[in-house]
Design a protein around this ligand. Structure first.
Ligand code: GCO
Ligand code: MG
Length: 415
């Protein structure tokens, strides 16, 4: 069997997605993957079209590991978000083909089910702790057993911040429901303001309020979004200890992994990290030194199922669980790949999910289904997602950026 064509489809049903469709010389046999990198979609599409697709024509799609090694090491330039997202799109599409050929869902090829569903988490947000409480209650009523809670911060502006329109946008973004703006898109990035002082005072108060009002049974956690210094993160994690978070997510920037040693020795709050990692080797020190409890890289930005399965197996050895990144800015094929892995891994922890708007289901059908706190995928062969190419062409690419952030003095801050 041979790869005959690699089609790269950029489409914007509510937001931009990059889809990889690999066709074979077996009539009707193709695989679909997702190669969406938020705000950098066309870089990945160009890398795929101009540099990667020509290398794949004529190759045997069954040889996933060999193709992975060739694209990662064999082409000399390696790593980084653009190339690893492109590689993830190819990898997922190849697993889809393998599953379809075998007549088996991908979770079966990965070792078979270890559970009946993947424990899912959703997002709750609001302009103050009362609004967050209301949102947490409504998510609990939807059956969620794990909920991420974010709150606008008095004195800060924008996502997680406070103040008029930006505050409302923050609440919409944090809940990421269908119809929301999902990251404030727009032709130019929105610029927010963020200061650590008000943030560090507000978040412990938020969780004190939530524990007092919604109780201890619901699992709650919080995403810091890489904004704190190690010692600020240690203070926050320590102050949150009485509220028993499921985990504290992405506390510090991803560059200097050794900083996790400082953070870890100060707190028993479980730690999760990884959505900005692009290779296994970034994850390994945090796992082998047991500096985190959950590895939560993005399958769609780290080279796909092949790489994520290796990371998960290393993590299992060190009692680290998985919590793959699952925001609205990666496509249904990556969300489905997440769940195929979740269902097969012994050390699966929790899975982030979003509810896609109806138009995404029409253009990119087959996203995982949610029921009473758990996610599942169909037991059909392959990954289970597809692309309606005719419909996709009706939603052309629209330039969009992630928001940016600055300190009160005007200097650059991590968004
Ligand atoms: C999460 C994330 C995201 C990212 C987004 C960037 O935990 O879901 O932090 O929402 O901000 O994926 O493109
Ligand atoms: Mg996050």
């Amino acid at each position: 069997m041979k790869i005959t064509e690699v089609r790269v489809i950029v489409t914007s049903p509510s937001r931009n997605y990059v889809v990889v469709k690999i066709l074979t010389d077996e009539p009707g046999l193709y695989g679909v993957g997702d190669a969406t990198l938020n705000g950098r979609e066309l870089s990945v599409a160009t890398a795929l079209q101009e540099h990667i697709a020509p290398l794949l024509i004529g190759r045997d799609p069954d040889r996933i590991e060999d193709i992975w090694q060739m694209l990662f090491r064999g082409t000399y330039w390696r790593g980084g978000p653009v190339l690893m997202t492109a590689l993830a799109g190819i990898d997922t599409a190849l697993w889809d083909i393998k599953g379809k050929r075998a007549g088996l869902p991908v979770y079966s090829l990965l070792g078979g089910k270890t559970r009946e569903g993947a424990l899912a988490y959703t997002h709750a947000g609001g302009r103050d702790c009362i609004e967050v409480e209301d949102d947490v209650r409504s998510k609990m009523a939807d059956g969620f057993k794990v909920i991420r809670a974010q709150c606008a911060i008095p004195g800060n502006v924008g996502t997680y911040g406070a103040g008029g329109e930006a505050e409302a946008a923050s609440a919409r973004w944090a809940s990421a429901e269908p119809g929301s703006t999902w990251g404030d898109g727009g032709p130019m990035p929105s610029v927010e303001q963020w200061e650590p002082g008000p943030y560090l005072r507000t978040i412990p108060a938020l969780f004190a309020h939530l524990r007092n009002t919604v109780g201890n049974e619901i699992e709650l956690f919080h995403d810091v979004h890489e904004r704190l210094t190690p010692i600020q993160a240690a203070r926050l994690a320590k102050e949150l200890e009485p509220f028993h978070l499921f985990f504290l997510e992405d506390c510090i920037r991803p560059e200097h992994k050794e900083s996790f040693r400082l953070l870890r020795q100060h707190t028993t709050t479980p730690l999760a990290m990884g959505e900005l990692f692009h290779t296994r080797w970034e994850c390994v020190p945090l796992i082998t030194e047991q500096l985190i409890d959950y590895i939560r890289c993005d399958i769609g930005h780290i080279g796909g199922i092949t790489e994520a399965q290796k990371i998960a197996h290393i993590a299992e050895t060190f009692y680290v669980s998985t919590a793959w990144h699952g925001p609205g800015d990666i496509g249904p094929a990556t969300h489905a790949a997440n769940v195929h892995l979740d269902l097969s891994l012994a050390n699966f922890g929790v899975q982030e999910m979003v509810k896609f708007p109806e138009v995404v289901h029409e253009v990119l059908p087959g996203a995982p289904t949610y029921q009473n706190g758990y996610l599942n995928v169909a037991d059909t062969p392959g990954i289970g997602t597809d692309v309606n190419e005719e419909l996709a062409s009706k939603y052309p690419y629209e330039r969009a950026y992630l928001p940016m952030s600055r300190r009160a003095d005007g200097s650059v801050m991590d968004w």
